[in-house]
Design a protein around this ligand. Structure first.
Ligand code: SF4
Length: 355
């Protein structure tokens, strides 16, 4: 079967079953498509839609985004996770405004120099907003292609990536590139799903190797297992007599970069020394709260929250310079770390006591 027949079938399926009414499909400027593509990385469409709409209301164009404080951007990202995406979005907006007069570059090479934009995202932006012919290789497309070609191996491996890029390029149509790009993403998301591919409804079933073998679920190959290192830390939940808790802004890079989180210490002794030095507190009663675990790509963090209540208002009030006394439920300038959000989710009683 000719390779471009692949694209013809995909496009015919898209015309009948594809998603044609997503918010970023209306007025698909490079700016709107870029924001949607970054939000859609690691995140499902249904989750992204309300975030995208709120984001566009607050940052309708790239100049508004570039001019906004990072805290404001992080706040609009709160709950989406992978906050480096939001920081890169902000940084890229500033570069596009200062170095490209507010216009997105229109070549893959130039786009790829911008923070947070890899080859696949660059291809999607140029294809979906300008109709240029570029392959994309997001998670959905990788799933469709590894199954269609019964390609063994983990797609994160450079050798497998290279083959997948070749396949993705071979299948491109000669026209309707924007529709084709959207169609491939839609097929992966709605038909060729991870655990229950709907092969009988799929336009590729006649020559899909994995379907013919009867084992689509075996593709794509899994990442080789490696044990994640474990780290432990103390999270201090320090409450003042007004019922506010002390939050510290994390450094701009690293986990939860730029977000408000509990002060962290390697151990209890470190926490006690800090309480004495920063707040003059010597008689400390710490209450142990249920532990929190967060898994990151490179390690697993076990956080032991310890609650300390000041009996009297602290003599030295810390505020400013990355510190904040926070009243739960009030509006915050910036985003909250997953640890803080998980704490309030897991212990609504604690939230009640504080509010
Ligand atoms: S036939 Fe099945 S496994 Fe193959 S691409 Fe279609 S949905 Fe995926």
């Amino acid at each position: 079967m000719a390779e471009n027949d692949f694209a013809t079938r995909v496009l015919a399926w898209f015309d009948q079953h594809g998603r044609q009414d997503l918010p970023w499909q209306h007025n698909p400027t490079p700016y709107r498509v870029w924001v949607s593509e970054i939000m859609l990385q690691q995140t499902q469409v249904g989750t992204v839609i309300p975030y995208f709409q709120r984001f566009m209301q607050r940052f309708p164009d790239i100049q508004t985004l570039a001019d906004a404080p990072l805290d404001d951007v992080l706040q609009h990202w709160e709950g989406l996770g992978y906050y480096s995406r939001a920081r890169n979005l902000h940084r890229t907006a500033q570069i596009v405004c200062s170095q490209h007069a507010g216009e997105f570059p229109s070549t893959i090479d130039a786009l790829e120099t911008l923070p947070g934009i890899g080859r696949s995202t660059a291809g999607a932006i140029l294809s979906l907003s300008l109709g240029q012919a570029h392959p994309i290789l997001d998670g959905n497309v990788k799933r469709v292609l590894t199954r269609h070609h019964a390609l063994d191996g983990w797609p994160g491996e450079p050798r497998i990536q290279k083959i997948l890029w070749q396949y993705a390029g071979q299948h491109l149509p000669t026209q309707r590139n924007a529709a084709y790009t959207q169609a491939m993403m839609d097929m992966g998301a709605t038909l060729c799903t991870r655990s229950k591919p709907a092969c009988l409804l799929c336009p590729l079933q006649t020559d899909c190797a994995a379907h013919q073998q009867g084992n689509p679920q075996d593709y794509p190959g899994k990442r080789p297992k490696k044990d994640l290192p474990e780290k432990t830390a103390i999270a201090l939940l320090l409450r003042n007599t007004c019922g506010e808790i002390l939050l510290q802004k994390r450094p701009p890079t690293g986990i939860w970069g730029g977000l408000w989180s509990f002060p962290e210490f390697a151990d209890e002794a470190g926490m006690a020394a800090w309480l004495q030095q920063a707040h003059g507190q010597t008689h400390i009663i710490a209450r142990q709260l249920p532990a929190l675990t967060h898994t990151f790509s490179h390690y697993r963090l076990h956080l032991q929250p310890l609650q300390v209540d000041f009996g009297t208002q602290p003599a030295r009030i810390m505020e400013g310079d990355g510190w904040l006394w926070y009243k739960a439920g009030t509006k915050l300038n910036g985003g909250l770390s997953a640890a803080v959000r998980q704490y309030f989710r897991n212990t609504p009683q604690a939230l009640k006591e504080i509010t």
